[in-house]
Ligand binder design. Structure first.
Ligand code: ADP
Length: 496
């Protein structure tokens, strides 16, 4: 059992009112592994008040000092990488190797934004009037509310806290109720890194709506940064409008992956197997629709099925496991409904298609890595985000059709293209209406690169040179410069 049932408010670890706490379970076994503090509106109000007080000082603290704290947090996270990865595997379920990769990605945001703190540039603008100066300054937006999901329980926190703190903002973070222990571990190291009290506050809760509403309705909170489902994101953005908060939203996706006939089908299948089953398909950039040109359909499909057959599902702590459990029963239900719906409408099952319950898998929510062929528009898997280990293959005939069908979604986060034709790579990557395009690249993400979507996938960008902008307001200062006063000389004196 992990004892982590405290909130972090104003630099102190404290219980929720009345000692309220909720259980945290291991999705691989269903066993209770710890407890987390269950904050409500009162505790959230105290966190907002602490953040407000801290903002007054932190926003005037020098960028180099803010950067130092983030560098210290980076060092601590790197030193504790193994410990954090083990905790993540226990609480979230992903294989230990994937957990280590995530910790490293999470630490990258601390380092990246430590440096970005020093690059919050302003500017000067030539005025139409010669006696006039215009300068543009950037200032932190104020108190930020962050709401993060369970699928990437550490990196989604640093992706929000690091830029907020770098910009001079203070933040109140509400992590997902499935993964509060990872959040506590991140805040422990932020506190050790010397972040002053109140700059970053953690409110874990089993009642997301209560805490969410308190954060959203408070006019002191000037910005909401959210990662989660489109449905919840829309509701939160609507509510944030009442106090005119800035919002950035990383929402759902419905990524297409296009395999053209000039691609190496074996290489493409290898990439597809890696990216599709990453995090058990529980990623907003997971390919949901795999479009394959007919002439390479068999070669691609055979290779994919053979690779998927070799993927081992199981508890993420076991060696050789590459597909962990789904997060909860609702996730399991959605995946099996999508598969059943597709099969009922004529898709062919080439691998998987069942829940796994044998031996060690009995207590968890495991679903066999699945491949479906002959998927079409009529099926739920084609229309909705599955968020599970299901590779849905859709044949196509030509480039125009592939791009048109790939773009035919309200979402617009990630997309992938396999081609060896340079002209096609340029044409298709330009034509895809998505915030991210990977060309022969299944991992087009980095702390240094802007991550975000179009359409119903959200607003704003995280990471990259753009990431800190989300936490900064622009301020214009105009200045009238009067002419110099006339020289005050004695009559008759010769100028020297
Ligand atoms: P997912 O489907 O990935 O679980 P959600 O959008 O349900 O995505 O959850 C993402 C985050 O949003 C989590 O931290 C969750 O607790 C939070 N959340 C869900 N519903 C609400 C709500 N009504 N108000 C505030 N936060 C919410």
């Amino acid at each position: 059992m992990r004892d982590a049932d405290t909130l972090f408010i104003d630099g102190t670890w404290q219980e929720a009112d009345g000692g309220r706490a909720f259980d945290v379970t291991d999705p691989a076994t269903g066993r209770i592994i710890g407890r987390a503090a269950d904050a409500g509106a009162e505790e959230t109000g105290r966190a907002i008040a602490a953040a407000r007080t801290a903002f007054a000082t932190w926003s005037r603290t020098g960028a180099y000092q803010r950067a130092e704290v983030l560098w210290d947090a980076h060092r601590l996270m790197t030193e504790r990488a193994d410990e954090l990865a083990e905790l993540m595997t226990l609480e979230q379920g992903k294989p230990i190797k994937a957990a280590r990769n995530e910790v490293s990605y999470a630490a990258d945001f601390l380092a990246w934004f430590a440096e970005e703190a020093k690059r919050v540039y302003g500017g000067s603008i030539p005025s139409p009037r010669t006696d006039h100066r215009l300068s543009v300054q950037r200032r932190p937006v104020g108190v930020v509310a962050g709401i993060t999901p369970w699928n990437y329980p550490i990196s989604m926190i640093t992706r929000k806290v690091a830029p907020a703190v770098a910009a001079g903002c203070s933040i109140v973070l509400k992590p997902a109720e499935q993964t509060p222990l990872c959040a506590v571990a991140v805040f422990e190291l932020l506190a050790e890194a010397g972040l002053p009290p109140g700059v970053a506050n953690l409110v874990t809760t089993g009642r997301p709506r209560v805490v969410g509403e308190r954060l959203l309705d408070d006019p002191v909170v000037r910005k909401l940064t959210f990662t989660g489902s489109t449905e919840v994101g829309m509701a939160l953005a609507a509510r944030a409008a009442a106090t005119m908060k800035r919002v950035s939203m990383e929402l759902g996706g419905h990524a297409p992956l296009l395999v053209f006939d000039d691609a190496d089908p074996v290489h493409a299948a290898k990439g597809t197997a890696l990216v599709k089953f990453l995090n058990t398909g529980q990623a907003c950039i997971s390919p949901n629709r795999i479009f394959v040109q007919r002439s390479v359909l068999d070669a691609f499909t055979d290779e994919l099925v053979s690779r998927v057959g070799r993927l081992k599902a199981g508890p993420g702590s076991l060696p050789g496991v590459s597909v962990g459990p789904l997060v909860d029963d609702a996730a399991l239900k959605k995946v099996s409904e999508h598969v059943e719906d597709a099969l009922a409408k004529g898709a062919r099952l080439l691998a998987g298609g069942t829940r796994l319950t044998a031996h060690a898998l009995r207590g968890g929510r495991f679903y066999a890595p699945t491949v479906l062929a002959d998927v079409d528009e009529s099926m739920r898997v084609y229309q909705e985000e599955t968020f599970g280990p299901v590779a849905a293959i859709i044949p196509f005939d030509d480039e125009e059709e592939a791009v048109r069908r790939a773009n035919n979604t309200a979402y617009g986060l990630a997309s992938y293209v396999y081609t060896r034709d340079l002209g096609r790579a340029v044409r298709v990557s330009e034509a895809l209406d998505f915030g991210i395009v990977g060309v022969n690249d299944i991992n087009p993400t980095a702390a240094a690169a802007p991550f975000g979507g179009l359409g119903m996938s959200g607003l704003g960008r995280e990471g990259g040179a753009q990431g800190i902008d989300e936490y900064l307001d622009v301020k214009l200062v105009g200045l009238v410069v009067p002419p110099a006063p006339p020289a005050n000389r004695d009559e008759g004196e010769e100028p020297r």
